[in-house]
Every structure is written in structure tokens, then in C-alpha cells.
Ligand binder design. Sequence first.
Ligand SMILES: *Cc1c(COP(=O)(O)O)cnc(C)c1O
Length: 370
Amino acid sequence: MQQRETLLIPGPVSVEAEVLDALSRPVRAHYGTDWAQFYHQLTSSLARLFETEADVLLLFGPGTAAIEACLASTLAPGDEIAVVANGLFGERVVDLAAALGLEVHLVTPDEEYSPARREDLEEVLRRHPRVRALGVVHHETSLGLVNPVQQLAEVATGRGLLTIVDAVSSFGGMDLEVDAWGIDLCVGVSNKCLGGPIGVAPVSVSQRAWEAVDDGRPKVAGWYLNLRTWRTFGQMWKSWHPHPTTMPTSVLEGLDTAVKSVLTTGIREHKAKQAAAAARVREGLRALDFEMLVADQHASPVCTAVWARPAMDVEDYLGWLRREHSLRLGGGIGALQGRIFRVGHMGRAADPAITDAYLKATAEYIELTS
Ligand SMILES: *Cc1c(COP(=O)(O)O)cnc(C)c1O
């Protein structure tokens, strides 16, 4: 097989050989009783990972499409939504909401590179009592920062708001208890912490979210990115074609293989492996005099953002790692470009052999350039 660089970016991830094998099987049809059974078994495994009894849909598209579907299917133009905006992906939720005609109120922590706190949300809700929903990114991947979703969802649920969580980069990698935390809509993807292929976004939808879909107010969701359409086909064609359109059957087989592997390993162990890689990388980089962007108590266990050392040329470092070691890291985005780099611990990047090779290469780079 063709050799490719190993991805230590925070998604998509390099996947195990068994996932690649699943992707290379002959193409399967996306309907029939055997397919419907396969599909339902996969969505119930994903429900286990979400820790929910609620419905799980498997939208075919990027995570962003699924977030758009959640917002557009449950909220009507003019509705007010509070959105935690402390990084690029929070801002993406703001843009999605604004594009759908929602009135957005930003929940912004006072300090840079820090999580939104319960008080920040309470303050926004005091000023804007008509807010109907909370949108929050669980793991703000642009910073390697964790927002306290459980606490924020508690505030939201206490006031009857709908809670919509972008768990794209935390699903399968961090504790996330959809039912216990009162999350109404939760979006993940296959190709980050689950170690699956690119292409599908699992979404969990609570009873309260379905009530919002059905509340008779005019939603702007069209047909495909409309949760109602997915529910209709899930019920009407349940036993042979439980989704509205053709599904990427090969991608779903790859995801199924990845999910089975996580469940066989144990979800706790799967998360612990990624967290151990994060701890190892943080410790190894600190030993090389690097400073971390985010304090340990708010830092993500699946992606680490690191300040460049003084006088370090980040582009040169990232290019060198690719050329000399076939390792690919993430850079900084926006104002942080050239000032930080990001190391993912998802998928195969969590293998100890890979983290060690990465740390060794970085030590070599510093030796060469200092
Ligand atoms: C990767 C990522 C996204 C975007 O996912 P796409 O599949 O590219 O749409 C959204 N939110 C977070 C937190 C992410 O890490």
C-alpha cells in the first residue's frame, strides 16, 4: 500500500488497517432488510457512545451540515439563541445561526483561551430573557479547550432552553453523557475521536428536540438537512431504507468497524488511551521548554495547542516534520497562525509509538535549529 504521512492533526485521523479493509470491500446497496438491520445496529452502538436512549440519526455529510440541520429544524427565524463564542468553531455556530435568521447573543468569557463559565451564560440570559436555545462547542478544537458542557446545559435546561452541542471533536474521546447532562441535540463525526472514515455525522435528538421540530412555527430547514425528513424515513421505511437518500455504504462499514473496535477495547479505555497520549505530549514538550496555550485543568485530552518557542518558525517546523518524518501536525488558525501549533491525539495518533516518534523528532528539530 502507498505510504502516507501519519496524521497528528485534530481530525481527520489516520485509521487502523481494519477500517481501511472495510472501506475496500465491494460496494453494498443502501437498502434491503439486511442493510436496515446493519444500520440500526450501528445507530444503537452510537447511542451507547452518546449515552442516550434518544434517537440517533446518521447524517451523510460533514459535522457542520448536521449542526445546521439541528438549528434549522428546531428554531425559527427571529428566535434568539445564546452561543458560546470562544474559538473558531464557536464562531462557526454563530455564523450558521445568523445565516438561518436567528438572533445570536454571544457568550464570551472575559479571558482569552478560556472556557465559558456558568456565570457568563447566566448573565446573557438575564439580559436576554427570550433566548430559546443554547449552542455550545464541547471541545473547541482551534484551541484544544474544553467548555464545561455539563454545567452550561444545566443552566439551559433549568430555564427550558434547548441545548445544542457541537461534540464533533469530543465524541468518542471525552466524557459526554447526553441524557444525564440534558443535551437535546448532540452532533459528532466519524473521522475524529472514533477513528473512523470521513463522511458521516451521528446526531442524537431528544424528545424535547422533536417537540421543537413539531411546534408548528415556520422553520427554514429545507428537505435534506431537516431532522423531520430523517424521522419520516426512519419510521416509514424502517425495515428496508431507514434514511431519506442513498447512504455512503462503504463509509458506514468503515465506521461500523471503528465503533466495534472502540466497544471491544472499552469506551473508557479508548478515551484513556487518547488522554494518556495528551499527557505524554504535554510533558514531553514542556521538557523541551514549550508552553501550553491552555491551562491543564481546561485542556482537551484529544488535542494539545502549544505556543511556539521564542524565535521559532512554526511553518518551518511543521514542514520539516512532514518532510523528514512524515508526521503532520495542525497549525494555528486566524490570529494564532504562526504562533501556535496543534497536536492531535485522536485515532492512530494516540499510539505510544507515534507520540514517542513525534517527541523524538521535535527534540531533533530543536537541536538542529538552536
Ligand atoms: C472539525 C470540527 C468541526 C467541523 O467538522 P466538519 O466535519 O468539517 O464540518 C466542527 N466543530 C468542531 C469542534 C470541530 O473540531
